[in-house]
Design a protein around this ligand. Structure first.
Ligand code: SF4
Length: 296
């Protein structure tokens, strides 16, 4: 039987390390980096860092991807295959390093192995499911009790933009349903006394230079769905850095940044984080050098 593990529903054959579906990946997770990361939102990075596990491959493949070194089919060569028990050991190592959480980055296409690893892991800190947002609601249900914090992107409110950039015109409706299910599952955000997020849903949105209407529509959706305060956090990312050959091919301008800030203000959306425009630097993209996985 072919793989239908994500909304692409490719029904395609997948081997251990490669597959014929859109993600191009097999069923054994390939990990490019497992290390403390200090560039997530402050409530996730804290003072010691977020224990990020960067998976290779992606079920979206956006044309502007900042992590394309590992997200494309050829990206698999950057990482190393890790068994389910190997994932459990990675979580333990990151927790021992003092990670405030285990942060699973782009795990969707490895959902079976990831869910199994979380079932086997004796949890030592919150688990963050860090996703492009293109998820099945069945996946969210499967993760109940295993994941504490959902960190989904809401990339596109505009179906034609989703079709243009990642060939998934159903992205807006699929992601909206998944994010609603995530927020319903986690409930309102819960923080510890240091301001570290223990439970909740944080919706991220990367502003695409030249496509501000899409951002305005995403902001509208968040406000209209969850209200202005409380049920979810919202993180607006302005640090888009074009990779060679990517579209859009430029960074956000100060004027665009101001227009988005003004729109958020006008809609009363003050429930999360907003990156400064000056944070648009490539060093926020970590080196994908198998740190933390070489010895597995
Ligand atoms: S996980 Fe990969 S192969 Fe399976 S449905 Fe999604 S994109 Fe297709």
């Amino acid at each position: 039987m072919g793989c239908n593990d994500c909304p692409r529903r490719c029904d395609a054959a997948r081997g251990e390390l490669t597959g014929r579906g859109v993600c191009g990946m097999g069923t054994t997770p390939i990990v490019a980096r497992a290390a403390l990361h200090r560039w997530e939102e402050p409530c996730l990075s804290g003072t010691r860092g977020s224990g990020t596990v960067f998976f290779c491959g992606c079920n979206l493949g956006c044309r502007f991807c900042q992590n394309r070194v590992i997200s494309t089919r050829s990206g698999a060569a950057v990482g190393r295959p890790v068994t389910v028990d190997g994932l459990v050991r990675l979580y333990d190592k990151l927790a021992a390093l003092g990670a405030h959480n285990i942060n699973l980055v782009t795990p969707t296409h490895y959902i079976r192995a990831v869910a199994e690893s979380l079932s086997r892991w004796e949890k030592k800190c919150p688990v963050v499911y860090n996703t492009g947002g293109y998820e099945l609601t069945e996946t969210v249900a499967l993760l109940r009790g295993k994941v504490d914090v959902y960190l989904p992107d809401m990339k596109y409110a505009d179906a034609s933009l989703a079709a243009r950039f990642c060939g998934a015109p159903d992205y807006p409706t699929v992601a909206a349903a998944a994010i609603r299910a995530m927020a319903e599952q986690t409930g309102d955000p819960v923080f510890d006394e240091r301001g570290i997020l223990l439970r909740g849903t944080v919706i991220r949105h990367l502003v695409l230079p030249g496509f501000l209407e899409n951002t305005f529509d995403v902001i509208d959706w968040v406000v209209d769905t969850f209200g202005r305060t409380g049920r979810v956090l919202f993180s607006l990312m302005s640090q888009y850095t074009p990779m060679p050959g990517a579209e859009p091919d430029r960074r956000l301008t100060p004027d665009e940044y101001e227009r988005v800030a003004a729109y958020m203000d006008a809609r009363g959306l003050r429930i999360g984080f907003m990156q400064e425009l000056s944070s648009a630097q490539e060093e926020y993209i970590p080196p994908f050098d198998r740190t933390g996985v070489e010895e597995e």
